[in-house]
Design a protein around this ligand. Structure first.
Ligand code: ATP
Ligand code: MG
Length: 196
């Protein structure tokens, strides 16, 4: 019998997606011999709401589609957008598990996100749902507050964030090579992040 799919999940706001996300995803894909890595676009990232304006989910989804275009292993996922409401990684993993009970789930997190795990809704469910995969991120510590196994995947330290890209776009500075060309084009076409 064929084995179940090995499915990676990299969740994020992706506001906008950048090469840090893509290098994390592609190295998890490679290091763990995953069949696919879903870049799951958060519908309403409840932990960020109120701290700054969030770009509409449809635009962020289109940016992620542009970001992964042409890579066979990376897939833009509209799952949380379709589910609607405030997004929860645990609920998303439960959905993916229920959809195909034989698949093995790998949750890919940057080290900063891993440090925030205890603040997630129902995070105590995670160890039974997935293997945690943590990639390095400059400025983040090494500690992971997690009861289950952790797989670490080394990637080149990329000191780049969506926050810095929004700041650049608002200041009229180039984002080229920090985001894939298709993402830069779409940001320009839709005048995203220009408000300052
Ligand atoms: P923001 O500055 O708006 O928080 P971000 O760049 O942190 O944006 P997110 O969408 O918050 O991007 O992150 C989604 C996931 O990608 C998280 O697990 C995060 O740790 C990881 N990630 C983002 N940027 C990097 C990077 N440069 N290196 C490694 N992991 C990253
Ligand atoms: Mg972040």
């Amino acid at each position: 019998m064929a084995r179940g799919e090995r499915l990676g999940v990299l969740g994020g706001t992706f506001d906008p997606p950048h090469i840090g996300h893509l290098v994390a995803a592609v190295n998890a894909f490679h290091a763990l011999s995953l069949d696919r890595v879903l870049l799951v676009v958060s519908n309403i990232p409840w932990q960020k709401v109120g701290s700054r304006p969030i770009t509409p989910a449809r635009d962020r989804l289109d940016l992620v589609r542009a970001a992964v275009a042409g890579h066979p292993g990376l897939v833009a996922s509209d799952l949380e957008v379709r589910l609607g409401g405030e997004s929860s990684t645990v609920a998303t993993l439960e959905y993916l598990r229920a959809e195909r009970p034989d698949r093995e789930l790998f949750l890919v997190l940057g080290a900063d996100a891993a440090a925030g795990l205890p603040t997630w809704r129902r995070s105590e469910r995670l160890p039974g749902l997935c293997t945690l995969v943590v990639v390095d991120r400059p400025g983040a510590g090494q500690g992971v507050p997690w009861a289950g196994d952790v797989v670490r995947v080394a990637i080149p330290g990329l000191d780049i964030s969506s926050t810095e890209l929004r700041r650049r776009a608002a200041a009229g500075q180039p984002v080229d090579f920090l985001v894939p060309e298709g993402v830069a084009l779409l940001m320009g076409e839709r005048l995203l992040y220009r408000g300052g």
